[in-house]
Design a protein around this ligand. Structure first.
Ligand SMILES: Nc1ncnc2c1ncn2[C@@H]1O[C@H](COP(=O)(O)OP(=O)(O)OP(=O)(O)O)[C@@H](O)[C@H]1O
Ligand SMILES: O=P(O)(O)OC[C@H]1O[C@H](OP(=O)(O)OP(=O)(O)O)[C@H](O)[C@@H]1O
Ligand SMILES: [Mg+2]
Length: 293
């Protein structure tokens, strides 16, 4: 049973790249709080829930140990934090904090795949993930663990190559390094404790998870309404991105045309609207979706 009496706890990053988006998700799931004087804990007012604000590295352990029931953390940190004991499990990917853990090398190093790293020193903040990657590829190399500024290691002759997070590639470029093989694709994930909350809180936990799933699946989703000539209905439906089966309704006084309503799960770009128009669609409206269940 969870260690906290009468309240659920959700662990989120206190400050950093995931902090704002994590709180946005929790707010969108219907939880309300006011920032109090207690920086570590935000007390949710409308449910018996506390938000524990910590360093992201601590989140997997807190959730694995049942100190927190849920947590939001990068897959990279979750993977690196795994130990022999019971681990937190991934409930769902959240679609933000996307980045890639990559091997990167200076142009002076001839790199033709992981085997080129044999016998070299590699700097990283993710020694466990890197060690597994090297073992899986049959490579024997030294790992230098650095907390940050990993990109400077080759310049300081501390390591011949690095293994670090990349998203735009700007940091690598600024340090004269080139991205090579991918070690891990990562994004923020919702994680759940292997230790059940006290029985009276299980229903609340399930409902929060379901609401978060609704928020995540409605992110980027749009409600599209348009009028379409009957003759081009199939063509127009095919253009709507990720729409499944749209609702088709008669238009008063028009036998040749119908109204089409569809939930598009993927982004609706201007290019899509132009294609719809070219296929004969008119009166196209694209509306945001606030909630989906
Ligand atoms: N360049 C990036 N683009 C997108 N997501 C990233 C990027 N770099 C890191 N992330 C993701 O965001 C997470 C948090 O990154 P951040 O830099 O805030 O971590 P941190 O400095 O370790 O923070 P903390 O103080 O909580 O330990 C990373 O673990 C990763 O999942
Ligand atoms: O490919 P890019 O878009 O340049 O992003 C990559 C950089 O982002 C992360 O660091 P961050 O900026 O979060 O700083 P930190 O390592 O000091 O936390 C990561 O450690 C890289 O250094
Ligand atoms: Mg950290």
């Amino acid at each position: 049973m969870s260690t906290v009496q009468g309240r659920l706890r959700i662990a989120v990053q206190k400050s950093g790249r995931l902090a704002d988006r994590s709180l946005d998700l929790i707010r969108d799931a219907g939880l309300k709080w006011v920032k109090g004087h207690n920086d570590l804990l935000y007390r949710v007012e409308n449910y018996p829930i506390d938000l524990l604000r910590v360093r992201d590295d601590d989140i997997p352990t807190f959730v694995a140990d049942g100190v927190c029931d849920l947590g939001i953390v990068g897959e990279n940190v979750l993977e690196e934090g795994k130990n022999g004991g019971a681990n937190a499990s991934i409930v769902m990917p959240l679609g933000f904090g996307r980045c890639t853990l990559k091997i990167a090398t200076p142009p002076t190093l001839a790199y033709e795949g992981p085997a080129s790293l044999d016998g070299l020193r590699i700097a990283t903040s993710y020694p466990k993930i890197l060690r597994k990657y090297l073992n899986d590829n049959g490579v024997s190399a030294d790992i230098v663990t650095m907390r940050g500024a990993v990109e400077v290691a080759p310049r300081l002759k501390l390591a011949a190559a690095i293994c670090d997070l990349v998203s735009t590639g700007a940091t690598l470029e600024a340090n004269g390094l080139q991205a090579k093989d991918t070690v891990l694709e990562s994004q923020a994930v919702l994680i759940q404790s292997p230790i059940a909350p006290e029985p009276g809180l299980q229903h609340l936990l399930d409902s929060i998870v379901e609401r978060m799933a609704g928020v995540v699946s409605s992110q980027g989703a749009k409600y599209v309404m348009l009028n379409a000539p009957r003759a081009s209905l199939d063509q127009i439906t095919a253009i709507l991105p990720g729409a499944g089966s749209p609702t088709v309704m008669p238009l008063m006084g028009r036998d040749d045309a119908v109204a089409v309503h569809a939930v598009c799960q993927e982004a609706v770009f201007w290019e899509t609207l132009e294609k719809l128009k070219a296929a004969g669609a008119s009166a196209i409206l694209v509306l945001p979706i606030e909630k989906m269940m």
